[in-house]
Design a binder for this molecule. Structure first.
Ligand code: DGL
Length: 267
């Protein structure tokens, strides 16, 4: 069986690449739902429907553990997928993991008391980071900023506008004296350097491409009933639901090397 990495598009390639670096031998299938990208401005119903199909597709491709790299999915559909869809499906023994709770756990472990988050409109408005933090440690304060223009700018070569847009989104957070900034979207690790130059060196950047592979390793160690079934040939298969030349270029830029991408079509 294999590890599935699911994202609404190609941003999750950053996490897939980092998982590959941390766990070189496991077999991975990456699925990006480029046909329906972006999820961040869609309704809860639409995100649930698209994610359910993507998860089922990855199960059919023989994945027994799936990471939903997409924060928007983690914010909207994940709980329903874990608690309603999975137990009533024929894939009961398989597992779906999200990225929000592991990221908050990392911030808490590092002792931060004032946390900033930037994410898509959906993720921020869902308040998933606030609600999960409330369960983990209600004394910690969280400040969130919707950053809807970042994904389109990253995906459409809008680099020249990124600094001013980032400044616009980050300034209100800086005024709240945050100690760390969670990059709550698959694409944002791509902006680490630009964000660093705006927020300075005193605020820690918590990026999921660094956090999730470590958390995944811990999960796999403590769940041998799942991880022992994952084959270890070091193979990665990349599948998207819609494939164009510009997605090919974006994938190359994000993954940092040429990759062979298959197209599933609508799933
Ligand atoms: N993958 C999404 C996320 O992490 C960003 C792109 C989208 O809006 O679909 O929230």
């Amino acid at each position: 069986m294999k590890l599935g990495v699911f994202d609404s598009g190609l941003g999750g390639l950053l996490i897939a690449k980092s998982i590959r670096e941390h766990i070189p031998d496991i077999d991975i299938i990456y699925f990006g739902d480029t046909l329906h990208l972006p999820y961040g401005n869609r309704s809860k119903e639409a995100i649930y429907e698209y994610s359910k199909r993507a998860i089922e597709f990855l199960f059919e491709q023989d994945c027994n553990l799936i990471i939903t790299a997409c924060n928007t999915v983690s914010a909207s559909a994940l709980r329903m997928l874990q608690q309603q869809y999975l137990p009533n499906s024929k894939y009961k023994e398989r597992r779906i993991l999200g990225v929000v709770v592991p990221t908050l756990e990392c911030a808490i472990d590092l002792g931060y008391k004032n946390i900033g988050v930037i994410a898509t409109n959906y993720t921020v408005n869902s308040n998933v980071y606030g609600e999960e933090l409330q369960k983990l440690d209600p004394k910690i304060r969280i400040f969130q900023a919707e950053s809807p223009l970042l994904v389109p700018l990253i995906e459409n070569d809008g680099g020249q506008w990124l600094s001013s847009v980032l400044e616009h989104y980050l300034m209100p957070l800086l005024n709240n004296n945050i100690e760390c900034l969670i990059l709550g979207c698959t694409h944002y690790p791509f902006l680490k350097e630009q964000i660093r130059s705006i927020i300075g060196s005193d605020i820690a950047i918590l990026a999921q491409d660094e956090i999730i592979p470590l958390k995944l390793k811990l999960y796999m160690e403590s769940h041998p009933e799942i991880s022992d079934k994952i084959t270890r040939n070091g193979e990665t298969k990349f599948i998207v639901s819609d494939f164009t030349k510009s997605y090919e270029n974006a994938a190359y830029k994000i993954y940092g090397q040429e990759i062979n991408i298959e197209e599933s079509g609508a799933i």
